[in-house]
Design a binder for this molecule. Sequence first.
Ligand code: PLZ
Length: 457
Amino acid sequence: MTATAAELSYRLEQKRAIHGVFPGPKSEALTQRRKAVVAAGVASSVPVYVEDADGGIVRDVDGNSFIDLGAGIAVTSVGASDPAVVAAVQESVSHFTHTCFMVTPYEGYVAVAEQLNRLTPGDHEKRTVLFNSGAEAVENAVKVARLATGRDAVVAFDHAYHGRTNLTMALTAKAMPYKTNFGPFAPEVYRMPMSYPYREENPEITGAEAAKRVITMIEKQIGGDQVAAIIIEPIQGEGGFIVPADGFLPALAAWAKDKGVVLIADEVQSGFCRTGEWFAVNHEGVVPDIITMAKGIAGGLPLSAITGRADLLDAVHPGGLGGTYGGNPVACAAALAAIGTMEEHNLNGRARHIEELAVGHLRDLQSELAGPDGSSVIGDIRGRGAMLAIELVHAGSKEPNPELTKAVAGACLKEGVIILTCGTYGNVIRLLPPLVISDELLVDGLQVLASAIKAHA
Ligand code: PLZ
């Protein structure tokens, strides 16, 4: 059953409203204060400052209400102030803020590990470790894979994004803004071609064939027995919401299993009901050896995790994994509450419902924009669940159109809709609404998006 908006309750009025000038005077003043003290390297895509957020609404300090189609980059899937998360955090924080699990442990950490072992794919024996950020989870997944296999090489893909730390920058494919001038990067990272159906030279290539292309390259360039891990986002996030062709992930998984290579699914962005399943790998029945999680896991509190095969995780010597804050008790309480909300309100069902609703609108828009030759600026519509995207091109070609993408995102913002862009070519508009967004708000946001594209195309 799909949760309906009626079953969800909201604290803030779920309505878009922009008053007067944009950005407003209070946000403008904060921008000035910020410039004097915050490093220029940290950029914000929206020039307003938040005062409150709930359901599908983000309200700024000038009283403007925005429709949130970004969820803080796929984090606030249960909303930015889910009552269950708020109550759990308040209860937890009133007892203790921190003790360090490596010093004096507590139940919340164990309970989160139980939930993750239950929810992640596969019925094999599993173990979990908690950290703070997505990048930290990825780093640790690679550490475990190297230790357990005794091998060095790590395979990553074109268009990949895995984080901003040294190793995860090395794994990330895009130079600007993530890597440029930040090297040297960690060694023993090998990049392979992704299955990117829209941009394949041979549009007929199957997922299995695209996997074979990768496997041959690995065997010729690295040697299968040298590879510790293959790390892949089952649906690529920052790289452009790229959904590989059917059969690509299963073929890679089968090869990895055969060669003793650890398959790491980076589900930091795609996990926790985002795609209409607990994890994106579930759509193809792939069972990774290790899965990295963050973002949606804890309703907005910083928490990340790796869950994987017990024999791999338990190969690490006691004390080999950890960190001061990893599995903070307040973040663990938030995660347990967020998982409760996902199950209670069937947010997987909500994500699938969002897909149905949004893809319908996007397909209509694509046909409306189509010229006599059938082509339009919307080159591709793709994604799963509430992880959806349109790739914008110059009509009549597949030439990326980052200028249009930027103009559309800017125009949406002025109308009160927060929309994120992504993609190696900067030409993808992605939809990542909180899964608790009401249908009315989502449709309003999609209509604003449609008008912006029509006005600028
Ligand atoms: N793996 C698949 O999507 C984070 C990054 C935004 P952290 N994606 C958003 C930015 O510009 O920094 C991400 C991801 C995947 C790893 C990460 C890294 O997660 O929590 O940002 O470290």
